[in-house]
Each structure stands twice: as structure tokens, then as C-alpha cells.
Design a protein around this ligand. Structure first.
Ligand code: HEM
Length: 422
């Protein structure tokens, strides 16, 4: 039997979304006691969805498409035009394979080694300083590791500039005023930078290793046998470099966790190697990162009694689903033990519960192909902070907003007295 959607009042609720941030959709789901609520945002009818069961619906490609779903401010900053996120069906699967082919076991280990290498290079500087901003320093470490991993040359004097361009794309999609403009500029400059490199590869004046992202993307052939146009190739190369640098947000949250829950350090002493994995999964579940994502209905259909109409924007709640009490016991507690029997992510199994980096299937759906890289980098930073260095955390504001998207501890995590352990 078809029933009407609960509906949020108002002809435009975008401002409420900005004001409530990560909690906008969870608040609506709670208020209307429903995993599907109708509203109006971005000047159109929209359905807000959340929960494990709704995730399965959202990732059903017969019902939803991504083309046209991303709003202009996100395309002009975070995403870029024509990238894999906005493709559907065969074109999507073909492009997605290009990303997944970059993520072999061997290549992920190379990535891990590079993160470690630049971390140790940076530590030499940190030891000499009175204090560091760990979030900012992590960005630079990851920019260098990501560029080398991708086969992208990066001069020392370029590090700060490129790091800021990449981070501006990440921090700006829903930011207001200045930071948003910086993100638009960051994207224009970033695309110009990497499209120059792709051109050089195609001309033969730059020769990265064959298994790097720069090489693979420069020579990737579309289904029609043609190379990617230069702009799209640039967008896709940034789709590897940019989120690799975004892992800095998780680095900052890892440092915050060790500060807030010092008892975790004892459990991370290496005695139970699986604990490290559980700890990282819990960080990815507990902290806010990617708040939600949009898709558009392809047909009319009925789900749980609600009539979905074709061409309706549908926004799925990642953060709220990661904190859904029906899936997670005491969701507001930090409890790595909840993952003691968790073997679902990142593996090839399809899953709809831990949605830190999307759900569903990697190869057929839009789930993040960078989950292994993220988890490996987090393993390295956790072990480094717990077992390799000593540092003190002076009084500072480590609170994080649930309104700013994305969010970080306010202070960025300031460390003092950094030293190698005994
Ligand atoms: C897609 C999150 C790291 C590359 C996504 C999606 C999310 C996400 C939520 C969208 C899923 C969906 O649409 O259903 C994250 C987070 C990261 C991270 C929180 C931690 C920093 C990475 C890394 C890479 C990467 C390290 C590459 C090395 C991509 C690509 C897509 C994607 C290419 C598009 C996939 C598609 O549309 O098929 N990510 N990601 N991400 N991510 Fe990540």
C-alpha cells in the first residue's frame, strides 16, 4: 500500500542544511521517524534517505543514476567536470576499472612506504620545532606521498602551494564566501597543473613509471577507443591525488582519539595486531567526514510504501547511517571492539553498513576505490603516533564542529616536544 512521504515544510531548506550540517538529515529522520523524508533543497524536490536498508536502495543502479546529481558548487571545487563520480552504467564501470587497477596489493604497499618515508622526513623538522600543527603537517606529508605515488613530479618549493590547492578543493564545496572561492581557484589551478603534466606524458617529454596514475590516466582509452580529453584526464588524476591528501583529516582525528581516549594507546601496543584494524574502522565510523551524497531516480518505483518519482534528487545520509542505533550499539561511544568480527571493509564484499567511504560494490557501483589506501595510511599514522614518537599536546581547542563540512579539530592538533621514543 502506498503512503505519502513525511514532508519537511518550507519551499527551500538549503539554509537549514547549511546550519545543521552533518545532523541535518539525521535530525529529519528522527523528527519524522522515517528513513525517507521529502523536502526542498537547491530549488527542487528532494528525498532524504538514511539507514542500512535505504543504503541498499541508494546503491541500486537500476533505480538511481549519478549524472546531473552533483550540485554546481561541488563540481567546481571538490569534484570537477566529467569525472567518474558523475558517470553511470557501462561508461562508469569502464572508468572505474581504471581506478581499481591502480590499487593492486603491490601498489598499495608502495603507497604505504611513501607515506612512511615522507612522515620520517617531516619528523626530522618537527623534532627541531617548538610546536607543529599536525593537521597542516599531515597535508604536506600526504601531498608529497601522493604525488610520488602517482608519478607526479613535485619540487620542494611547490609543496606548500600544491598542498593548499588540493586542500582548498576538499574544504570548500559547502563553505561560504572566501573559502569557497579559494576552492574554485584551487580547482582551476590544480587542473591546469596536472593537465600540463598529462600533455607532457603524451608528448613523451615526461616518462612516469607505467604503473602510476599519471601514466595510466594519460593513456587510458575510453569505450570508443579514444584517449580521455585533457580536462577529463586532469579531473581523474586529481581524483587520485586530492583524496589521498584528504586522509589528513583522518590523521587529525586519529591524533584527537589518542588524546581523548588515552587508554586506547595500551591496546595498540602491537600485542593484538587486529586491534589496529578495529581502531581504524571505528575512527572511520565515529568521526564525521563525507556527510552525504546525491543521486537521481531513474524510474518511478515504490519502496517501503513510498512512491518515488522519476528524476527526483535523492540525498543519502552517510554520517547518520554510521551513527544509526539500529545498526550500531551505543553509536555515540568510541568502541573499536564493535569491529571484532568485521571482515566486510575494505574487501570486495558488498556492504551497506560502514559508509565512511560509500557502500555497495567497488567495481559495479560508486564505492570509494581508495579505501585500502586510506586504511593503510591510517595504520601507519596510528603506529607512528603510539609506538614511534613521544609528544605533548598543550591546552588547545580540539573540539570539532558538526556544522562545518568537512570538519576537523579546531586547533588542528598542536603537538610540542616531539621526540623519537627511547
Ligand atoms: C568516491 C570517501 C579516500 C578515490 C568516494 C565516495 C566517498 C569517498 C564517500 C563516494 C561514494 C559514493 O558515491 O557512493 C572517501 C574518504 C576518503 C577517501 C572519506 C578518506 C580520505 C580516497 C582515496 C582515493 C579515493 C585515497 C584514491 C586514491 C575516490 C574515487 C571515487 C571516490 C575515484 C569515485 C568512485 C566512483 O564514483 O565510482 N570516496 N574517499 N578516495 N573516492 Fe574516495
Amino acid at each position: 500500500k502506498v503512503k505519502p512521504f513525511p514532508r519537511e515544510k518550507g519551499i527551500e531548506n538549503g539554509l537549514r542544511l547549511l546550519r545543521e550540517g552533518y545532523l541535518y538529515i539525521p535530525n529529519r529522520r528522527k523528527a519524522y521517524q522515517s528513513d525517507a523524508v521529502k523536502t526542498r533543497v537547491l530549488g527542487q524536490e528532494a528525498i532524504l534517505l538514511g539507514g542500512e536498508e535505504a543504503a541498499e536502495l541508494f546503491y541500486d543502479e537500476d533505480k538511481f543514476k549519478r549524472e546531473g546529481a552533483a550540485p554546481e558548487p561541488a563540481v567546481s571545487t571538490l569534484l570537477g567536470q566529467g569525472g567518474v563520480q558523475q558517470l553511470d552504467d557501462e561508461a562508469h564501470r569502464h572508468r572505474k576499472k581504471m581506478f581499481l587497477d591502480l590499487m593492486s596489493k603491490e601498489r598499495i604497499e608502495i603507497w604505504a612506504k611513501l607515506v612512511e618515508k615522507y612522515l620520517y622526513i617531516a619528523t626530522k623538522e618537527w623534532i627541531r620545532k617548538d610546536s607543529i600543527n599536525f593537521y597542516k603537517e599531515s597535508q604536506k606529508v600526504l601531498t608529497q606521498a601522493a604525488c610520488e605515488w602517482c608519478g607526479v613530479p613535485l619540487k620542494d618549493k611547490e609543496i606548500d602551494k600544491r598542498t593548499e590547492q588540493l586542500i582548498s578543493m576538499i574544504e570548500s564545496p559547502v563553505a561560504v564566501s572566501k573559502r569557497h572561492i579559494e576552492g574554485r581557484i584551487g580547482r582551476i589551478k590544480g587542473e591546469k597543473w596536472v593537465s600540463g603534466l598529462i600533455e607532457q606524458v603524451r608528448e613523451g617529454t615526461l616518462q612516469p613509471d607505467e604503473d602510476t596514475a599519471l601514466y595510466q590516466i594519460a593513456w587510458h582509452k575510453e569505450l570508443d577507443g579514444e584517449l580521455l580529453d585533457l580536462k577529463t584526464a586532469a579531473v581523474e588524476l586529481l581524483n587520485v591525488i586530492r583524496p589521498s591528501v584528504a586522509i589528513a583529516l583522518y590523521f587529525a582525528f586519529t591524533a584527537l582519539t589518542l588524546q581523548q581516549f588515552p587508554e586506547e594507546k595500551n591496546k595498540l601496543n602491537g600485542e593484538n595486531p587486529y586491534y589496529l584494524h578495529m581502531f581504524i574502522q571505528e575512527i572511520r565510523r565515529y568521526y564525521p567526514f563525507f556527510p552525504f551524497n546525491g543521486a537521481i531516480t531513474r524510474t518511478d518505483f515504490i519502496w517501503n510504501g513510498y512512491q518515488f518519482e522519476k528524476d527526483t534528487l535523492t540525498i543519502f545520509d552517510f554520517y547518520g547511517t554510521n551513527h544509526d542505533p539500529r545498526v550500531w550499539e551505543d553509536p555515540e561511544d568510541f568502541k573499536p571492539e564493535r569491529f571484532s568480527n568485521w571482515h566486510e571493509s575494505p574487501t570486495d564484499q558488498i556492504q551497506f553498513r560502514l559508509l565512511a567511504q560509500g557502500g555497495g560494490s567497488y567495481s559495479a557501483g560508486h564505492r570509494c576505490p581508495g579505501e585500502w589506501n586510506t586504511v593503510r595510511a591510517m595504520e601507519i599514522i596510528t603506529d607512528f603516533l603510539v609506538n614511534k614518537i613521544d609528544y605533548t599536546v598543550p591546552e588547545q581547542d580540539v573540539g570539532f564542529s558538526l556544522v562545518n563540512m568537512p570538519t576537523t579539530p579546531k586547533s588542528g592538533m598542536i603537538f610540542e616536544n616531539i621526540q623519537y621514543k627511547g
